[in-house]
Write a protein that binds this ligand. Structure first.
Ligand code: ADP
Length: 265
């Protein structure tokens, strides 16, 4: 294994609502390695999302530290954290979290706008990655004009567009049927593997575990066990990726290609 990219030490999170106290995370110690796919698996309420949110700097722990690539993110102020997230982290959500008034291209280009890229460059990159996820014919569609699977592909494109070091995915297939789950997992896993990016997936679905190098079982806010997977499953690249060459689509984004198989999921 290469050296740890994410180092979690004695992490604890307690939520207080009035007099009610919930120990969401008790004491977590975990290393996540550069380029690995790590699956946090556990039942609902076990603390997975809390852990993921803290790794992404979206929440502060009650105790403990998280370092990413040598920087202690649990000590960063909001401004530093925002810059850190923009530069290093992509996020895929269960409910897609796309902006409803924006087209697929605009949604995907948004993180690049925060990074200060010019309009031409961000549109080019957004279109190229939408092609790669098989949405060459849906560039100008808005979220309500797309299926759940298509919206999640936009979500994946948005997470990967700025080539982040780490992509966090919180129940990325939680709202999808089993066929679409396979398609979405094939896209996200191939994208991360090809670019040697670190992918951390939170799920309650044991079938997602096979894609991971390691499966971290979470129970009641603690790590119950860690399973190593010597041969993680690498799904074949979905045909839709090959069917949308980038160059042609840039010139004729709406008409260049026949509808790729599987885009109606
Ligand atoms: P999982 O992702 O495994 O379903 P969560 O991390 O969402 O679990 O939640 C772990 C525990 O922390 C649960 O008991 C949940 O109710 C509680 N919890 C999560 N977020 C909050 C919050 N913002 N305020 C209070 N309790 C919370």
């Amino acid at each position: 294994m290469p050296k740890p990219l994410i180092e979690i030490r004695n992490l604890r999170k307690v939520y207080r609502l009035g007099s009610e106290k919930t120990v969401a995370l008790d004491c977590i110690n975990l290393d996540i390695y550069d380029g690995e796919i790590c699956c946090l698996l556990g039942t609902s309420g076990s603390g997975k999302s809390t852990l993921l949110n803290m790794m992404a700097g979206l929440e502060k722990p009650t105790k403990g530290t998280i370092s990413i690539d040598g920087s202690v993110i649990t000590q960063m102020n909001e401004k530093k954290l925002a810059m850190f997230r923009q530069g290093k982290i992509g996020f895929v959500f269960q409910a897609y979290n796309l902006l409803p008034s924006m087209t697929a291209v605009e949604n995907v280009a948004l993180p690049l706008m925060f990074l200060g890229e010019n309009r031409k460059s961000r549109n080019q990159k957004a279109k190229a990655i939408l092609n790669a996820v098989g949405l060459s014919k849906h560039m100008l569609h808005k979220p309500t004009q797309m299926s759940g699977g298509q919206q999640q592909r936009v979500g994946i494109a948005r997470a990967f567009v700025n080539t982040p070091r780490i992509v966090f995915a919180d129940e990325p297939t939680g709202n999808l049927d089993s066929k679409t789950t396979l398609e979405v997992m094939a896209i996200i896993v191939n994208m991360a593997r090809k670019r040697n990016q670190t992918l951390v997936i939170v799920t309650h679905d044991p079938s997602i575990a096979r894609y991971a190098n390691r499966v971290v079982h979470i129970l009641d806010g603690n790590i119950q066990s860690i399973e190593e997977n010597a041969e993680p499953y690498l799904p074949p690249e979905p045909e839709l990726i090959d069917s949308a060459p980038e160059e042609k689509t840039k010139k004729h984004p709406r008409h260049a290609h026949p509808k790729p198989a599987g885009t109606s999921a």
